[in-house]
Design a binder for this molecule. Structure first.
Ligand code: ATP
Ligand code: MG
Length: 448
């Protein structure tokens, strides 16, 4: 992508209402624009990142055997009257009336709608287990929308719902989700810690939140520092194996890690040595629930089990905050000059900078590198604007692409171009003829 043809409205000033780094950087890097309190337009650069996150989320859910679908943003109030949540949900629900005076709402979550689909079409244990998910916009009329996309009113969420014949199977679905979430956050370049959590208005008695430690986070958490050393060992986990999933979950949920709501200071002190007790702030990037037959009983979602009896189906729900993750990743990966995207979600992998626009050699080399890099499958943002080198470097550093390739007359005289890795700041020079291939190898793309 050539910058002269791109839409990248970089801001020089930090907007005064942006209080935390991710919000400031998203505004300055031209990723989002506020439309109303807690409601944002996603500009091209921001959308590229959000779509990469979404793709990773969908891939990991699909790998776990969960099926993608899409439910609408608007829901009939009648479904929520059936579950009792139309009145219980309170002021966060955005209620809408259509021209025929029918009551609708902009969905804050989808338990009722998915249960309605299930009860209509599934009647036998033979069709289970079943997990359906979608990535769809939600609306919650948050009393205090803030921190940009971190606490929006309209936000993108992946929400999934499992249906199982009994509690054992449903607990397996819970464990499967925990493993798939851990894998997802790891691919996003985040260390997200599962912490025992409250169930809130979703209901039920079994829940974990996934938290990314950050001083700007809105959640207060308490954990055993030993949990930070855990790594997901088995990349190719067998999601059908109850034992394998249960073992991963046991490993990750044994160390003490709880949100403020479930924290117990006595248990904390008993179980964790003083030197490892940490209290911190964190960002909630996901939550999983098992709530049994809470919705299936009131809404009549039953299946016949192997013994021929009709039983209410066991359910859980599972959410990942896709749009919030854009902010959370920035909170975890930035410095005072800008963003430092992990490769997996970077809007472009490489920034190409021409330091001398009037120099024919620099221009020709840039054009050639641009073609070669793109030909090797790399996503390149080429700064072909007529700006000073200082301004170009500052823009690239702010946007935070993992690699920058600079072409300037001095190094080109020696046949070389300069690479800078954003994460480490390390610079190196390479012959321009082989620069594209060398970078593709570093980034790890297969040879074409
Ligand atoms: P919170 O406690 O932050 O209000 P929640 O517990 O109500 O969130 P869930 O119902 O668990 O949210 O939704 C699943 C995920 O959706 C959350 O873990 C979070 O990442 C994301 N999310 C929830 N509310 C918002 C919001 N207002 N803006 C952006 N993302 C959100
Ligand atoms: Mg939650």
């Amino acid at each position: 992508m050539r910058m002269t043809r791109y839409f990248l409205p970089l801001l020089k000033e930090v907007p005064s209402d942006a209080q935390i780094a991710s919000h400031q950087l998203m505004m300055r890097a031209g990723m989002i624009r506020q439309a109303a309190a807690g409601i944002y337009s996603w500009l091209p650069l921001g959308l590229r990142v959000m779509q990469k996150i979404e793709r990773i989320v969908v891939e990991e859910q699909t790998r776990a055997g969960h099926l993608p679908m899409l439910m609408p943003t608007l829901q009939p109030a009648t479904l929520w009257e059936e579950s009792g949540r139309y009145s219980d949900y309170g002021e966060e629900m955005l209620r809408i009336t259509d021209r025929h005076d029918r009551k609708l709402l902009y969905g804050p979550t989808n338990e009722e709608m998915i249960t309605d689909i299930f009860r209509e079409h599934v009647h036998s244990y033979r069709d289970l287990p079943l997990t359906l998910f979608h990535v769809q916009w939600k609306f919650r009329d948050e009393i205090r929308p803030r921190y940009g996309v971190m606490r929006g009113r309209e936000f993108l969420m992946k929400d999934g719902y499992n249906f199982d014949v009994d509690q054992d199977e449903a607990i397996h679905a819970y464990n499967r989700h925990m493993v798939s979430y851990l894998r997802t956050y790891e691919r996003l370049g985040l260390q997200a810690i599962p912490m025992r959590a409250d169930t809130g208005p979703i209901g039920g008695n079994h829940s974990h939140e996934f938290l990314v430690l950050a001083s700007t986070g809105e959640s207060r958490v308490h954990y055993d520092a030993a949990i930070l050393d855990l790594k997901l060992k088995d990349a190719a986990i067998d999601y059908d194996s109850h034992d394998r999933c249960a073992a991963v979950v046991a490993e990750w949920t044994t160390p003490y890690a709880r949100t403020e709501e479930t924290h117990d200071a006595t248990v904390f002190a008993d179980r964790v040595p003083a030197g490892r007790r940490v209290e911190s702030r964190a960002i909630e990037v996901g939550q999983i629930f098992y709530f049994g037959t809470k919705y299936s009983e009131v809404m009549g979602a039953t299946v016949t089990n192997a013994a021929g009896q009709s039983v209410p189906v066991h359910m859980g729900s599972h959410g990942i905050g896709v749009s919030r993750l854009v902010g959370a990743i920035i909170e975890a990966h930035h410095d005072d000059r800008g963003i430092r995207w992990p490769l997996s979600v970077a809007p472009f992998q490489v920034g190409l900078v021409n330091l001398a626009h009037n120099d024919t050699g620099c221009r020709t080399t840039c054009e050639q590198l641009y073609r070669e890099l793109a030909g090797l499958g790399l996503e390149v943002l080429y700064d072909d604007r007529d700006e000073s080198p200082g301004a170009q470097f500052a823009s690239m550093t702010l946007i935070g692409l993992p690699w920058m390739v600079a072409v300037g007359p001095r190094s080109l005289a020696g046949g070389e171009v300069e690479f800078t890795e954003r994460a480490s700041g390390i610079r190196s020079s390479h012959p321009h003829e082989t620069a594209a291939r060398h970078l593709a190898d570093r980034i790890g793309l297969p040879p074409v």
